[in-house]
Design a protein around this ligand. Structure first.
Ligand code: CAA
Ligand code: NAD
Length: 310
């Protein structure tokens, strides 16, 4: 399959209404950027508390951007924040959330069964032409879509944004062997509208970035576990020695969420080692990671991980 086709088929219908499932780090970030790009966005989650958390994430990020845009003008800052929120509604009702969606993006917990169950329910209630996309970090897009009808699987793809979404330019657009070209094209167009740089990926473990990044982050935590260096020194060494911006792996792991990293690794151990897609050694369980997650230390989102962080 040519990934670099120069003139893809035109998109069938422009995406105007986007529904995001999950109001956590990623869902809120995608909702924010989509709403700021003029799309009509519905953000949904399982509880009012989770939606409140998502709105708080967005408010904090928009306020930061607004202060930068209009440093001495509180009214302009407020008006900017309000203009983005005007494009965003929230609900805990999944059927209401998708009833007029052109695109549904799922950014819920990194667990195959939970994602499959969500899409199975949505398939019956969303418009037939709506595109379904997952923001999974590591799971197979094709498998996530398995619980949907044949017709929907043709309109099913990956839309993998990066954390923090307002800041990170990249989106990986993942097509399965069933995804229609017009669906891929519509998602590539959407990325551009959201001022993101898209790359096209095959449905392989971790796509491009995480395939390279996750083993690196896990090995950094193993170094701490083996007592070879402190978390702070590992970060300093990689930041100053490897020359890549944000190469410091402990910082990035805490940014991603230690729980999410643990889910990625265990998912790959369960599904991708026996198929030969992933080397077992690279994703061996890291006891220190599991201990921290078990104690509720998830990194930035809980304020504590391998070191304190906010
Ligand atoms: N919303 C809006 N603006 C933000 C923001 C946010 N959440 N976070 C940072 N910014 C802005 C700041 O306002 C600032 O703007 P200017 O440069 O215009 O002044 C700029 O970003 C830099 O911010 P800081 O001064 O706070 O600088 P920083 O050194 O803390 O950089 C960062 C912030 C760029 C986000 C940096 O912390 C970073 O690169 N973090 C790691 C990001 C990363 O590697 N993400 C990938 C994780 S892997 C992944 O996402 C895939 C997966 O599936 C797990
Ligand atoms: P998070 O824990 O911050 O948020 C997940 C949200 O999903 C929570 O608010 C939770 O209440 C909600 N949720 C769970 N089940 C739900 C359901 N059935 N319906 C609606 N909402 C539900 O997680 P996150 O870091 O935002 O990650 C979300 C997804 O994005 C995962 O698949 C993850 O792998 C992927 N991802 C994460 C990062 C990252 O750096 N954290 C980057 C890219 C992709």
């Amino acid at each position: 399959r040519a990934l670099h086709a120069s003139s893809p088929a035109p998109s069938a219908r422009p995406i105007e209404q986007v529904t995001i499932f999950g109001a956590g780090l990623m869902g809120a970030g995608i909702a924010q950027v989509a709403a700021a790009s003029g799309l009509k966005v519905t953000m949904t989650d399982v509880s009012d508390g989770a939606l409140e958390n998502g709105r708080n994430i967005i408010t904090k990020s928009l306020t930061r951007i607004a202060r930068k845009k209009s440093p001495d003008d509180a009214a302009a800052q407020r008006s900017f924040v309000d203009s983005v929120f005007a494009n965003l509604s929230t609900t805990t009702s999944a059927p209401d959330a998708v009833s007029s969606a052109d695109l549904v993006i799922e950014a819920i917990v990194e667990h195959l069964g939970t994602k499959q169950e969500l899409f199975r329910r949505l398939d019956d209630v969303a418009p037939k032409e709506a595109i379904f996309a997952s923001n999974t970090s590591s799971l197979s897009i094709k498998r996530i879509g398995e619980t949907c009808s044949d017709a929907r699987r043709k309109r099913f793809a990956g839309f993998h944004a990066f954390n923090p979404v307002p800041q990170m330019k990249l989106v990986e657009v993942i097509s399965t062997d069933q995804t229609l070209p017009e669906v891929t094209t519509a998602l590539l167009d959407l990325c551009k509208r959201m001022k993101k740089v898209p790359v096209q990926c095959s449905d392989t473990p971790g796509f491009i970035v995480n395939r390279l990044l996750v083993p690196y982050l896990l090995e950094a935590i193993r170094m701490v576990e083996r007592g070879e260096a402190t978390p702070e020194d590992i970060d300093t060494a990689m930041k100053l020695g490897a020359g890549v911006p944000m190469a410091d792996p402990i910082h990035v792991a805490q940014f991603v969420g230690l729980d999410t990293l643990s889910h990625i690794a265990s998912g790959w151990r369960a599904e991708r080692v026996s198929t030969g897609e992933i080397d077992a050694k690279q994703v061996e369980e890291v006891a220190l990671l599991e201990k921290l997650v078990g104690e509720g230390h998830k990194g930035r989102k809980s304020g504590k991980g391998l070191f304190d962080c906010e």
